[in-house]
Design a protein around this ligand. Structure first.
Ligand code: 5AD
Ligand code: SF4
Length: 433
C-alpha cells in the first residue's frame, strides 16, 4: 500500500488494511512479491499528482512480470472524473478503482477483479452514509487517528478538497466516544481527532453537540492521556474551544491554525472569512488564555494576484505570531477551483523566491522557540527508535515538538520525562530525567 497526502488518507489506509487483513491479506513492503498493490492518492497539490503518476508507471513493468498481481487506485484523485478517466484510459493494467466513500466495497471489488476478471470501479460522491464498522489495522499501538468529520463545506478558492471529499458530515458523538473508549482499553495513550475543519464538528447533527463539548466528553475517558485535533479553521475557533484547551488536562496545548496568508485582501479572495486583524486577535486570545500554547500553521505562497505588499503582510504575521512550526506551500493551480481561473497567476520564479525569503524569516523563529525549551523537562510520548541511532528514541511533547534521547526500546508507547539539552530547527535533544 502506498499512501500519499494527509492524515485523513493515512487513516483511510488503516481502514483499507483492516479490511484486507480480515479477508486474509498481509501487508508487505516488497512490491515485487505483492498480490495486490494499492495506491491511496492525494490531489491537494500538483506534486502529489506527479509523484503518483510516476510510481504508477513503474508498476506497469511489475504487472507484466506477474500478471496475477492486482493493481488498485483509490483516494482523492479517483473522486475526480477527469483523472479517473485518464487512469482508466492510459493505465489499462489498473484493475480496481474506488473512492474515499467506497472503501467498504473493496472486498467485493477484489472478488470481481480476481474471479470475474473484470475491471472494477466504484465511486460515489456523497458522504451521506458513514460506515461505522470498518475494521482498522492501525499503524501504531499507542497513538490513533480518529475521524470526527468527513468532507468540507468551506470552499477556500484554492482548494480541491470540497469537490472531491464532498459535503461536511459529522460522526455521531456516541460512535466517537465508543471508539476512543475501545482504544483506551487497548492501551492507546493518544488520539488525534481528524476533520478538514474540526471546529465545525456537530453543525449538521440533530443533538447540537459542539466540538468543545465533544472534547469535554473525551477528556473523561480513563487511559487516554493526550487528545490532539487537526485541522482548526480560524473562523470557527470559539471562546468555548479555547476554554476547553485551557481546562481539559488531556487536550494538548497545541493548536494547528492555518493562516494561509497574512494579507486581508488575499484572505478575502481565498474565501477564508477572516482578516489579518481577526486572526491576530484570535492568536492573542489563545496565548493569553493558554500561556504555553504552541501554535502551528499552514501558509500558501504565491496565491493569484499576491503582491509584494501582500507577501510582506504574511511575513508580518509570522513575526507577530512566532509560530512553533509551519507547513509552507507554493500555490498550486487545481483545476475546477475558483482560484485556478483567477487572473494574475504568479510566475514560478517569483513564488520560489518569496518562498525562500519566507523560510529565512520562519526558521530562526522556530529555532528560537525551541531554544526556549533548553533546560526544561517535558513529558514525551515515546514513538520509536530513532532513525539515525539504535540507542536513541524519538517522541513528541504535548506541543508536538520532536525529541531525540537515549533510552531502551521497551519505553515505546510510554510517556517519559525528558530534560531538553540541545535544540535544532526541526528537533530537540534531551535526557530522560
Ligand atoms: N496550493 C497550495 N497549497 C494548498 N493547500 C490546499 N490547497 C492548496 C493549493 N492549491 C494547502 C493549504 C491547506 C493544506 C492542507 O494544503 O495550506 O491548509
Ligand atoms: Fe480546503 Fe479550506 Fe476545506 Fe481546508 S477548510 S479542506 S483548505 S476548503
Amino acid at each position: 500500500m502506498l499512501t500519499y497526502g494527509c492524515q485523513m488518507n493515512e487513516h483511510d489506509s488503516e481502514k483499507i488494511s483492516g479490511m484486507l487483513t480480515s479477508i486474509g491479506y498481509e501487508e508487505t513492503d516488497d512490491e515485487n512479491n505483492a498480490d495486490l498493490v494499492i495506491f491511496n492518492t492525494c490531489l491537494i497539490r500538483e506534486n502529489a499528482e506527479l509523484k503518483f503518476f510516476g510510481k504508477l508507471g513503474e508498476v506497469k513493468g511489475l504487472k507484466r512480470k506477474k500478471p496475477d498481481m492486482l493493481i488498485a487506485v483509490c483516494g482523492c484523485m479517483m473522486q475526480k472524473e477527469e483523472i479517473r478517466q485518464k487512469v482508466l484510459k492510459t493505465f489499462s493494467f489498473v484493475d480496481i478503482i474506488f473512492g474515499t466513500n467506497t472503501i467498504h466495497e473493496l472486498p467485493s471489488l477484489i472478488y470481481n477483479a480476481e474471479i470475474n476478471k473484470k475491471r472494477s470501479v466504484d465511486i460515489i460522491d456523497n458522504t451521506e452514509l458513514i460506515y461505522e464498522d470498518m475494521p482498522k489495522q492501525r499503524k501504531f499501538k499507542y497513538k490513533a487517528l480518529v475521524n470526527i468529520t468527513y468532507g468540507c463545506d468551506n470552499f477556500c478558492t484554492y482548494c480541491v478538497v470540497p469537490y472531491v471529499r464532498g459535503r461536511e458530515k459529522s460522526r455521531e458523538p456516541i460512535d466517537i466516544i465508543n471508539e476512543v473508549k475501545a482504544l483506551a482499553e487497548d492501551g492507546y495513550k493518544e488520539v488525534t481527532l481528524l476533520g478538514q475543519n474540526v471546529n465545525s464538528y456537530g453543525n449538521n447533527l440533530k443533538n447540537g453537540i459542539t466540538f468543545a463539548e465533544l472534547l469535554y466528553e473525551l477528556n473523561k475517558i480513563d487511559g487516554i492521556e493526550r487528545i490532539r485535533f487537526m485541522t482548526s479553521h480560524p473562523k470557527d475557533l470559539t471562546d468555548d474551544l479555547i476554554r476547553v484547551i485551557k481546562e481539559c488536562d488531556k487536550v494538548c496545548n497545541h493548536v494547528h491554525l492555518p493562516v494561509q496568508s497574512g494579507s486581508s485582501d488575499v484572505l478575502r479572495r481565498m474565501n477564508r472569512k477572516y482578516t489579518k486583524e481577526h486572526y491576530l486577535e484570535l492568536v492573542n486570545k489563545l496565548k493569553k488564555e493558554v500561556p504555553d500554547v504552541a501554535i502551528t500553521t499552514d501558509i500558501i505562497v504565491g496565491f493569484p494576484g499576491e503582491t509584494e505588499e501582500d507577501f510582506q503582510e504574511t511575513i508580518d504575521v509570522i513575526k507577530k505570531v512566532k509560530y512553533d512550526s509551519a507547513f509552507t506551500f507554493l500555490y498550486s493551480i487545481r483545476e475546477g477551483t475558483t482560484a485556478a481561473l483567477m487572473e494574475n497567476q504568479i510566475p514560478d520564479e517569483v513564488k520560489h523566491e518569496r518562498f525562500d525569503r519566507l523560510l529565512d524569516v520562519l526558521y530562526p523563529i522556530v529555532l528560537d522557540k525551541n531554544q526556549q525549551c533548553i533546560g526544561k523537562v517535558y513529558p514525551v510520548l515515546v514513538e520509536s527508535v530513532s532513525k539515525t541511532s539504535e540507542t536513541f528514541l524519538t517522541g513528541r511533547t504535548e506541543h508536538f515538538r520532536l525529541v531525540h534521547f537515549k533510552g531502551s526500546e521497551d519505553l515505546i508507547g510510554e510517556i517519559v520525562n525528558v530534560k531538553i539539552t540541545n535544540v535544532k530547527t526541526f528537533h530537540m535533544e534531551g535526557e530522560i530525567e
